[in-house]
Design a protein around this ligand. Sequence first.
Ligand SMILES: Cc1cc2nc3c(=O)[nH]c(=O)nc-3n(C[C@H](O)[C@H](O)[C@H](O)COP(=O)(O)OP(=O)(O)OC[C@H]3O[C@@H](n4cnc5c(N)ncnc54)[C@H](O)[C@@H]3O)c2cc1C
Length: 501
Amino acid sequence: MTDQRLRKIVIVGGGTAGWMTAAALGRFLKDGHTQVTLVESEEIGTVGVGESTIPQIKIFNRMLGLDEFDFVRRTKATFKLGIDFVDWKTIGHQYHHPFGPYGVDMEGVSFHAYWLRLKAMGEAADLGEYSLQAVASAQGKFMRPNQQRNSPLARIDHAYHIDAGLYARFLRGYAEERGVRRQEGRIVDVHQRTEDGFIEAVTLQNGQRVEGDLFIDCSGFRGLLIEQTLKTGFEDWSQWLLNDRAVAVPCALGGSTQPVTRATARPAGWQWRIPLQHRLGNGYAYSSQHISEDEATAYLLAHLDGEPLIDPFTLRFKAGRRKKSWNKNVVAIGLSAGFMEPLESQSIHLIQVGISRLLAMFPDKRFETPDIDRYNRVMKFEYETIRDFLILHFHATRRNDTPYWDYLREMPIPDYLADKMAVFQSYGRVFRENEELFTDTSWFAVMVGQGLEPRGHDPMADVMADDELRARMADIHAVIARSAQVMPDHMRFIADNCAAA
Ligand SMILES: Cc1cc2nc3c(=O)[nH]c(=O)nc-3n(C[C@H](O)[C@H](O)[C@H](O)COP(=O)(O)OP(=O)(O)OC[C@H]3O[C@@H](n4cnc5c(N)ncnc54)[C@H](O)[C@@H]3O)c2cc1C
């Protein structure tokens, strides 16, 4: 029987996607049979932004066996308990999207239902006051979960704000130690097999030919193999996600040191603020139909918490995804597979999903179609459900101060989102469908935060007597307030455990 195992894998691109993929392949393909080569061009460079993450990155880092504090030190990271959304429902309003749950479910009924019932009685505190993540982050507190059963301190979930360039460098070292070869050079030519169009090699500017059985396209927005060569096609989602530019600039530290990403809605887009140990990452993602580059840049510069450290730079993009993430022997991971603005810090996660699904559906030289089709179905579901969650933020708003918000409020939305909103609006129920990324906590946080008001609550919550409901909700509220008090200050926690050199 012929040996069908892959002998050569070529990763095209050395941004976050390329080095995360290289690190994972280096970790698992250690039998010496398969050579992994990563080609990157310093002349082209990387996108160089992408600093806010979600808790799933911990799974990836654990898979690689990274020590958490070492990772935080080397990427000059801070911790993140959630996202503060400012001015999204109306100007002046703010809510927190926490990673951990609200309160605790009781008698088999979700906490959300009890909160809605108490709210209808006119006695509920703000939803955020029942979330340890929201309360602690507002006070600038942070700690990792402890082992105390039944305590909200055991259910803290966190992510990081990282310097993406340092993360890629860290992973490069990791991958090279495990046998991944790095090849510097600009790819100028791509060679396809005549019989089936599979890619067999790329040629670098210096004439060197790099051959492969499997190619992983991490070449960024250009999609060098998946699009420029294979013409896979792109689904354009810009009718829902209008923003097509971002002006970015890091600035000196200043203002709050809370463990949160801040996303502030602006007249023609939104602004992010991402605290690292040594600087703040900032950017204004905006719609070029509604504001010029000069205006957006001036707006951003006028709304920083510290002195800019470099000149602002603008990135152009279009929301959407490649019609197939895997086409022939090319798997697109990262920006080459698709892009949605980083409103919920989901892009690095999508890289991670692309890698883990590739490992789960790892091919040999036969490249079986049913497996490739399954990979594409799973990735489509991931992208589309995240897309709809993002659209919710723009669409469920009461803002009417600019044509940008008027369009978003009035636009038709995808059916999946319309169904979720309709179900919420009847009894305030939310469900996590299949294995979609965002949990019912996330959907509930954003639906309530954006000002959606259900007509009623889950009737199952009516089984509890009024007095018992009041007492148990007050108890949850008090336990959360007390738990936040014992947590250390976020920056103190970093200084004590994982400060960058
Ligand atoms: C404005 C903005 C903000 C973002 N914020 C976040 C965030 O907060 N959180 C988050 O998770 N994600 C965020 N992202 C997404 C994140 O930046 C990307 O997912 C991540 O950087 C991965 O990029 P990449 O590796 O796919 O592409 P790139 O960084 O563009 O890397 C492409 C690589 O391909 C190489 N290459 C290209 N062409 C050739 C060629 N011809 N020959 C050789 N090499 C080539 C380049 O040299 C480079 O190494 C943001 C993105 C943008 C645009």
